[in-house]
Ligand binder design. Structure first.
Ligand SMILES: Nc1ncnc2c1ncn2[C@@H]1O[C@H](COP(=O)(O)OP(=O)(O)O)[C@@H](O)[C@H]1O
Ligand SMILES: [Mg+2]
Length: 380
């Protein structure tokens, strides 16, 4: 038996959440919509939201992909994953709207430039700037790993540098939720050809370590201006990744500091067990390289560089990041030197003022040899 009100509720004019009204709602709140990019899965639009005086991004799933239930499910998963995390190094999601045969992901508009564009324009990025960018991506990745999410698509095109010197990881299109691997189960090769880990290519089980490999590829590209795994000499990219064969970064650019080269090599180990145990460990190495001062002021360092290269128009003032680390290091050596001098002086003074053990006539009144005759009670 049907409820007499059912008919009424299902009528579009009475249902505020009907597909038509969903789209109308978006049209009502957004103006100046313009397309800014077209990715693998979606078209990206920028739109103005006058009520909140801000620009936002509307990511619309491509029409041809809407009918593919797996793609649609991935798009929903991207929205859910992004909504479940809130971190300064990850693009924020505002809403997800499904309307008839359209799906929209509404998110913050990240004003700035893609890391891939930066690399294309400048070749290789200065080492401390590259380390600062990677450190920020690591902060975001370490955060999502704590939520049992594996990004699986970390690459320069999915990293955006802002006009405030921030670093934002985007595109959670193939994110894998370890708690629910039904869609993106191990063994499926998803991702961009040059930016895959050996386990993704081999169809082995995927762990968070796959992201560490991709961070290594990104770091390599930032410091050499080129990807480590490219099609070459009758070998496919996949073969190269499977064998983990690449030209060492220091061979491409001999000025790369040994420590940073070692970081790349450890990220790009073929066996996940040989890589960093977790992203935090990698962050520790980057922080050690940068020093306390630079690690705490990465945005100043990044923004200054982007400004110098005319890649963004800064939205905020940045300050000079001083090399207090090396100053502290110098101070340490001075303190160790002064300590050593005092220790030596102490030793010398101690040696000089020691009680003297001379073998000549004693200065102390010596006990006279006992004459047995003088001893009371002695009988002879
Ligand atoms: N929130 C955003 N703010 C600014 N630009 C964005 C944003 N999201 C995406 N873009 C731009 O669109 C491009 C493609 O977006 P992405 O999320 O990577 O889509 P796809 O999954 O199709 O690759 C990005 O490389 C970037 O240039
Ligand atoms: Mg992308």
């Amino acid at each position: 038996m049907t409820n007499p009100t059912d008919n009424l509720i299902s009528q579009n004019d009475l249902d505020p959440f009907s597909p038509e009204q969903q789209t109308a709602r978006l049209r009502g709140v957004l103006t100046d919509v313009k397309k800014i990019a077209s990715g693998g899965m979606a078209h990206i639009f920028q739109a103005r939201q006058p009520a909140l005086d801000r620009y936002i991004v509307v990511k619309k799933l491509k029409d041809e992909l809407f009918t593919n239930p797996e793609t649609l499910e991935r798009f929903r998963r991207e929205a859910k994953a992004l909504a479940s995390v809130l971190h300064q190094n990850i693009a924020h999601v505002y809403d997800f709207v499904e309307s008839g045969k359209d799906s929209f992901l509404l998110m913050e508009y990240i004003e700035g430039v893609d890391l891939s564009t930066v690399i294309q324009k400048v070749g290789n990025i200065p080492f401390d700037v590259a380390a600062s960018i990677l450190l920020n991506v690591c902060r975001g990745v370490s955060y999502i790993h704590a939520y049992h999410l594996i990004h699986r698509d970390i690459k320069p095109a999915n990293i955006r540098l802002t006009a405030r010197g921030e670093v934002k990881l985007m595109d959670f299109g193939i994110v894998m939720d370890i708690a629910n691997t039904s869609l993106t189960r191990p063994g499926m090769m998803v991702g961009s050809p040059s930016y895959l880990s050996p386990e993704q290519v081999l169809g082995d089980p995927i762990t968070p370590s796959a992201d560490i490999f991709l961070l290594g590829i990104t770091f390599y590209e930032m410091m050499t201006g080129t990807r480590p795994f490219k099609e070459a000499e009758r070998e496919t990219v996949f073969q190269r990744i499977r064998e983990t064969r690449y030209i060492p970064a220091r061979q491409m650019n001999s000025t790369i500091p040994k420590k940073l080269n070692r970081i790349i090599e450890k990220c790009l180990e073929k066996a996940p067990s040989e890589r960093y145990t977790n992203v935090k460990e990698l962050m520790g190495e980057l922080e050690q390289y940068l020093g306390v001062q630079k690690s705490n002021h990465t945005s100043d360092l990044i923004l200054k560089y982007l400004d110098q290269e005319a890649l963004v128009t800064p939205k905020i003032q940045y300050s000079e990041v001083k090399e207090t680390q090396s100053f502290l290091k110098k101070m340490n050596w001075i303190l160790i030197g002064v300590g050593a001098v005092f220790l030596l002086l102490g030793f010398l003074i101690g040696y000089w003022a020691r009680p003297k053990m001379v073998s000549g006539p004693s200065t102390y009144p010596s006990a006279k040899p006992i004459n047995p005759k003088n001893v009371k009670g002695s009988s002879r």
